[in-house]
Design a protein around this ligand. Structure first.
Ligand code: UD1
Length: 421
């Protein structure tokens, strides 16, 4: 297992280019199952989750591969095995996204139930409820969701909770259903909208994009085509917070400030200077003492849960105290004991963490527990005095494209090691 070694204390400075969004490309790869022709996606990050998804598609009988540095092409004309097995779903919950497309196009899907994960229970009841409302026959057999439908029918579905992949699964199923589907209380995350635009490009009829009511008029088939994935707002925010925590100055390119306005406002309130450009964001954290800022996670456009650990790492070294309220996942504070090992002063009461800023963190050996928690530990290690070793960085590779290469180019002392005991 690989590790990251970081010698902290270096202010980040320079420019970094952001990759395509993980949470947009994964549903788009699932969406290729709806399409008979060739689909090519551009601005695709080389992530472990993307490779896993390509494997899921290939094992089903599709042809799916990187055809260029950041370009993936898929042909799913024939699917011989409409199954997402447990071994793949357990490493990447997003594989549940194949359920809606397989059912809509082939009338059958068998997808492993994801089970619990490190950050919480993460049920899929809303995915199932919506597909049933569209006429699917669904049974849970030996840990698998087995879904059948000779033809899905449009329905009015009110989702009980705002779910990103739930919205995406139902939107994809509805694209090839007979009649019109209305999805109420839909997620409005930019990645949901990007998927809707991609589907429309291939012949779908989705309106209400960017709102919480999506209307999908079913069409008989979709055609192939090309689409460029939007920039990753979480990678963008992670780099900005790394620069802020190390009191540095960076320009983040190939990104869009409208994707993370709430994070930028919090950073400004903390004391960072920020400039928003056409496709870049500039941050300068060198001049003012920075304040700890409270955040509460909630669905878009509120503060993203996927930025919570990184913001907490920043707060540990800011002045004053702040609270972080996690409202999306019930077990998403696993980075707290690791940050405490580096000298952070944090107490947790249920879903609320209180962070009292300290004047310094010191490097330590810490363990990554999930993707975004790992990013928080990297930020803390970059800002800490001395050497940190971060174990289990396979979590990071799921969602960050060459993270240590990008950070090194910004002046960080960081290297990837084979495990030393
Ligand atoms: C997606 C993102 C993940 C992000 C999360 C919240 C992808 C691939 N992953 O995950 O990075 O952290 O959104 O922004 O896009 N829930 C139910 N029933 C359901 C579905 C969800 O109760 O059927 C609950 C979940 O337990 C959770 C909340 O709804 O408490 C939001 O989860 P959801 O939006 O579904 O997260 P994911 O789509 O899995």
């Amino acid at each position: 297992m690989q590790q990251l070694k970081i010698i902290g204390g270096q202010a980040l400075s320079g420019e970094v280019a952001i990759s395509g969004a993980k949470n947009a490309v994964l549903p788009m790869l699932a969406a290729t199952l709806l399409i008979e022709g060739d689909t090519c996606l551009y601005n695709v990050a080389r992530l472990r989750d993307v490779h896993t998804f390509l494997q899921v598609l290939n094992e089903m009988g599709a042809r799916a591969e990187f055809s260029d540095e950041n370009q993936v092409c898929v042909n799913a004309k024939t699917i011989t095995n409409p199954v997402a097995p447990y071994d793949l779903v357990k490493t990447m919950r997003a594989s549940v996204l194949v359920l809606g497309p397989l059912l809509a196009r082939f009338g059958y899907a068998k997808v492993s139930l994801p089970g619990g994960c490190a950050i919480g229970a993460r049920p899929v009841d809303q995915h199932i409820k919506g597909l049933k409302a569209m006429g699917a026959d669904i049974a849970i057999v030996e840990g698998y969701i087995e879904a059948k439908a000779s033809k899905l029918k449009g329905a009015h579905i009110v989702m009980d909770t705002v779910t990103v992949t739930g919205t995406e699964n139902l939107m994809m199923a509805a694209v090839l259903a007979e009649g019109t589907t209305i999805l109420d209380n839909a997620a409005r995350e930019p990645e949901v909208s990007d998927l809707a635009h991609m589907l429309n490009q291939m012949g779908a009829k989705i309106s209400g994009i960017d709102t919480s009511t999506l209307t999908i008029e079913g069409v008989p088939s979709l055609h192939g085509g090309e689409y460029s994935v939007l920039p990753d707002r979480i990678e963008t925010g992670t780099h900005l917070l790394a620069a802020a925590a190390t009191r540095g100055e960076i320009t983040v390119r190939n990104t869009r400030s409208d994707l993370l306005e709430v994070v930028l406002e919090k950073l400004e309130r903390a004391g960072c200077a920020i400039k928003r450009g056409e496709n870049f964001i500039y941050l300068d954290a060198r001049h003012k003492p920075l304040q700890a800022i409270s955040v509460r996670t909630a669905p878009f456009p509120a503060f993203p849960t996927d930025m919570q650990a990184q913001f907490m790492a920043f707060n540990t070294l800011a002045q004053g105290s702040a609270t972080i309220v996690e409202t999306i996942f019930e077990n998403r504070f696993m980075h707290v004991p690791e940050l405490a090992r580096m000298g952070a002063d944090i107490s947790v009461d249920g879903q609320i963490a209180t962070i009292r800023g300290v004047s310094k963190l010191s490097g330590a050996r810490v363990m990554a527990t999930d993707l975004r928690a790992s990013a928080g530990l990297v930020i803390a290690a970059l800002a800490a005095e001395g050497e940190s070793i971060i174990d289990r960085i396979y979590h990071l590779d799921r969602g960050y494209d060459a993270m240590e290469v990008k950070l090194k180019a910004l002046g960080a002392q960081i290297e990837r090691l084979q495990e030393i005991s």
